[in-house]
Design a protein around this ligand. Structure first.
Ligand SMILES: NC(=O)c1ccc[n+]([C@@H]2O[C@H](COP(=O)([O-])OP(=O)(O)OC[C@H]3O[C@@H](n4cnc5c(N)ncnc54)[C@H](OP(=O)(O)O)[C@@H]3O)[C@@H](O)[C@H]2O)c1
Length: 238
């Protein structure tokens, strides 16, 4: 029977590319979405070319009970916490609501998912969790105090969980994309100037993030845990 990979935020962008890549790798995909059912259905039709038993799942990652109720029916082998949100603005002008919503989505959401999925992983003594962080979480980024704090928090969460869950055979890693060609980056001001700061001279592609996720889920990464792998074209060498 195929292993199961749950990819959150698979209705567009990086999440869609990850879902398709893991389907090619042989996983049965649970392609999660929140509001964009049409996008999730498009993802599913691509995914099913490689993994016909895959399906879409809807829930709001901010509602812990919804997360728990939905995932309890599945034996999830791989969890990719990809769903995320940014609401940008300079710190002193940012509403408390914006700060809270971004931190809750990018940090609490993955926490709820990990708690729900890791219970069965612990019993099976195997599993793989990938958290999609961001370059902003590694370096900070003016105008993104909420987003950078949440994505830095996700790196701390990744390291801690690698220590807590490693003894039971569960690996936990993070991926930190730089500027990747998705809808998300088109709201960033000064985009062309930013491109000039990327040593490889271009934005990344969602498939290039998906390839790294695929590696981290694979047997080739069987001794890698607690790591944050940068996918940023060399923008800030770490
Ligand atoms: N693009 C970049 O350059 C870049 C760089 C660094 C890191 N990242 C990270 O990579 C991940 C994917 O980014 P992307 O560019 O592909 O973004 P995107 O196209 O905007 O996708 C975001 C996804 O998150 C889901 N989502 C948002 N809030 C949610 C909630 N409350 N509950 C459930 N799902 C929710 C959305 O679902 P619905 O649309 O279905 O509501 C959507 O599928 C994010 O974590 C982002 O922070 C992106």
């Amino acid at each position: 029977m195929s292993k199961i990979a749950l990819v959150t935020g698979a209705s567009s962008g990086i999440g869609r590319a990850i879902a398709i890549r893991l389907a090619k790798d042989g996983y049965r995909i649970l392609a999660h979405y929140n509001s964009n059912k049409a996008g999730a259905s498009e993802t599913l039709s691509e995914v099913q070319k490689f993994s016909p038993d895959s399906m879409i799942l809807q829930f709001d990652i901010l509602v812990a009970e919804q997360v728990e109720k939905t995932v309890k029916d599945f034996e999830i082998d791989v969890l990719v916490n990809n769903a995320g949100l940014h609401l940008d603005g300079m710190a002193i002008l940012m509403s408390n609501d914006s700060f809270e919503k971004v931190v809750r989505t990018n940090l609490f959401g993955p926490f709820y998912l990990i708690k729900s999925c890791a219970k069965k992983m612990l019993l099976r003594r195997s599993g793989c969790i990938i958290n999609i962080s961001s370059l902003a979480g590694q370096t900070g980024n003016p105008g993104q105090v909420n987003y950078a704090a949440s994505k830095a928090g996700l790196i701390g969460m990744t390291k801690t969980l690698a220590m807590e869950l490693g003894p039971r055979g569960i690996r936990v890693n993070a991926v930190a994309p730089g500027l990747i060609e998705t809808e998300m980056i088109h709201t960033i001001p000064n985009l062309e100037n930013l491109k000039k700061q990327i040593p490889l001279g271009r934005f990344g592609l969602p498939e290039e993030v998906a390839g790294v996720v695929s590696f981290l889920c694979s047997a080739d990464a069987s001794f890698v845990t607690g790591h944050t792998l940068s996918v940023n074209g060399g923008m800030f060498p770490s």
